[in-house]
Design a protein around this ligand. Structure first.
Ligand code: NOJ
Ligand code: MG
Length: 607
């Protein structure tokens, strides 16, 4: 039966995806939570990371796919917004079975994106504009078209054991019951070698064998290759998947009623194919490589790790007091909640959104409290979206977007922005026929909508001209978001009241001493309200007041530590209409209105 289901799914994929390759003063946290002014902040701690999905950012050559020259032509976007760090999803040579996360040459640029020369030009242009550049490293797997894999298939040393090869139990029976993250078996039989190879993602992404020290050396040299070319750091992909239990046991069923037998969540992976302790050693090795360069020129090199694992395991990526490993592990709590979200928890396993005020506070506090004191709150980070998740505006609803950006920017730690978030781009519906994402294709027409990541990957909406100014191609690689005539960078720049202008103001506020170093607190929190103060004596200080509820209400901040009787409105959500809280107005802090799902940022000199 199970194989029948799988067969049907495979057939459907072959058909549809042929080209794929009440008010309460909060007592829990005291105002004493102070940022660390004794330690200067590095560029990542001070900065803001903006994720570029290169296929969708800007196309320069009219083929409908974004490229490096396109990115170069748009660098002023970051300068204008005050963004200092860009992270580009993989640009290496790839057959694009997973749109760049299947790499066939880790030291070359894919022709669809350009050349090594374009990369050199990008690095130089970025440097000249004061931008740091972070590349996306994919150590868990390569493409099956990588020469390592081809040699491994042919048992050519030293590549014979570069991948995870096993004999099956019987002809046609894979060595274990393991499932791929994208659905279906995690093993594929290779006729030529006469063995099964492991792929935790699609079959075109064979898993590298981290029990082989040569693989570590390969990757360290790949890091050096890009560091030598001016890269300032790395985002490290799929870290929890690096190792498997060497005894290769079957995994147990999770009992998850929402998971079909071919779906990843059907099994429990912990410590078997996922989240094993050895992964931290590899990250330590990677950090040492970054350190070589840092020691050489005194410039900080950054490492951000991607690990959808339980919070206690996430935190271990910081390393320890004598050896800082990751600058930060991504904090996906504002996307998935912290606990118990296994992987790409798009719908079924996540906590449900938007959060109410108390949940939002608890989710934030859970992460901040987990950060080791030797790291400090400036080592936190806040991710609101990425290329694997529903877009912020689609998850929380457009009305809450500005408020969430206000919260993200005023929290201690580094904000991480997914391209398009600054203008509140939405997920675009994409039919099964147009679906390209292997995670969507693999699930077939009935289930693809829940799994496909394409809706959040449509091209950047720059203006209201043809293809939103993204490309001159008749057809773009994914369809354009339908709302681009009204939701685009150009219009939002011109319109004083816009998501983009709120975003830009918030990025600027984040540079204030009270936000970089000040104390933080969540003084008033209830089901419909969330507040966050950033207070530093003798400095302009801030409070964000977010009404997550569906009805307008009035707030009274009297009694909140540090807040004077009067404060100035500096930012408010685009939908705000109250005549009392116009930008620049001074309001009485003991009585002011905040509309449904509206956010307000007030400034004051702390008492
Ligand atoms: C995580 C990446 O973010 C995702 O896009 C990719 O499909 C998998 N890792 C596999 O590389
Ligand atoms: Mg192009």
């Amino acid at each position: 039966m199970r194989s029948l289901v799988i067969l049907l799914v495979v057939l459907a994929v072959a058909f549809a995806c042929p080209s794929q390759t009440g008010f309460k003063i909060h007592q829990k946290r005291s105002i004493q939570h102070q940022g660390r002014e004794d330690k200067p902040l590095n560029w990542l701690e001070k900065g803001l990371v903006y994720q570029i999905y290169p296929r969708s950012f800007q196309d320069s050559d009219g083929d409908g796919v974004g490229d490096l020259k396109g990115i170069i032509s748009r660098l002023d976007h970051f300068v204008q917004l005050g963004i200092n760090v860009i992270w580009i999803s993989p640009i290496f040579k790839s057959p694009m079975a997973d749109f760049g996360y299947d790499v066939s040459d880790f030291t070359d640029i894919d022709p669809i994106f350009g050349t090594i020369q374009d990369f050199t030009d990008l690095t130089a242009a970025a440097k000249s504009k004061g931008l740091k550049l972070i590349l996306d490293m994919v150590p868990n797997h390569s493409s099956d078209e990588h020469e390592w894999f081809i040699k491994s298939v042919n048992r050519i040393d030293p590549y014979t054991d570069y991948y995870v090869w096993l004999d099956g139990d019987a002809p046609g029976v894979p060595p274990t019951n393991w499932l791929s993250v994208f659905g279906g078996p995690a093993w594929t039989f290779n006729e030529q070698r006469g063995q099964w190879y492991l792929h935790q993602f699609v079959a075109k992404q064979p898993d590298l064998n981290y029990r082989n020290p040569l693989v570590h050396e390969e990757f360290k040299n790949i890091l050096r290759f890009w560091l030598d070319r001016g890269t300032d750091g790395f985002r490290v992909d799929a870290v929890p998947h690096l190792y498997e239990d060497p005894a290769f046991p079957d995994e147990l069923p999770s009992g998850n009623p929402n998971a079909d037998p071919d779906q990843y969540d059907y099994l429990i992976h912990d410590q078997i194919t996922w989240n094993r302790p050895e992964t931290y050693d590899v990250m330590a090795e990677f950090r040492q490589v970054l350190q070589e360069y840092e020691d050489g020129d005194g410039q900080h090199r950054a490492m951000m790790t991607e690990a959808y694992v339980p919070l206690e395991n996430v935190i271990q990526f910081y390393g320890n007091e004598s050896f800082r490993m990751a600058d930060f592990p991504f904090n996906f709590a504002l996307i998935n909640g912290i606990s118990n979200c296994l992987y790409y928890c798009n719908t079924t396993t996540s906590r449900g959104y938007p959060y109410n005020g108390t949940q939002l506070r608890d989710t934030i506090v859970e992460f901040l409290d987990a950060i080791p004191s030797w790291v400090g709150p400036q080592g936190a980070n806040w991710v609101l979206g990425n290329h694997d998740q529903r877009r912020l505006a689609s998850r929380y609803g457009e009305a809450l977007v500005d408020g969430m950006i206000m919260v993200q920017m005023l929290l201690p730690g580094t904000p991480v922005t997914y391209y398009g978030e600054e203008i509140s781009m939405k997920d675009q519906f994409i039919s099964y026929e147009d679906t390209l994402d292997p995670q969507g294709c693999q699930m077939g027409p009935d289930r693809y909508e829940k799994f496909s990541r394409d809706p959040a990957r449509t091209p950047m909406q720059w203006d209201d001209t043809f293809n939103a100014g993204f490309s001159t191609a008749a057809e773009t690689w994914l369809p354009m978001g339908e709302n681009y005539p009204t939701v685009n960078v150009k219009l939002q720049k011109e319109n004083l009241v816009s998501h983009l202008n709120i975003y830009r103001t918030m990025v600027a506020l984040r540079q204030e001493a009270s936000v970089l170093y000040g104390a933080y607190d969540f003084p008033i929190v209830d089901a419909d309200a969330f507040t966050l103060t950033r207070i530093r004596t003798n400095s302009t200080s801030y409070i964000v007041v977010l009404n997550v509820g569906l009805e307008g209400r009035r707030f009274n901040l009297s009694g909140v530590t540090g807040i004077p009787e009067k404060a100035k409105v500096v930012v408010r959500s685009v939908q705000a209409t109250s005549g009392e809280t116009q930008i620049g107005f001074t309001i009485n802090t003991n009585d002011f209105p905040v509309g449904a799902q509206e956010g307000l940022v007030l400034s004051f000199v702390a008492l």
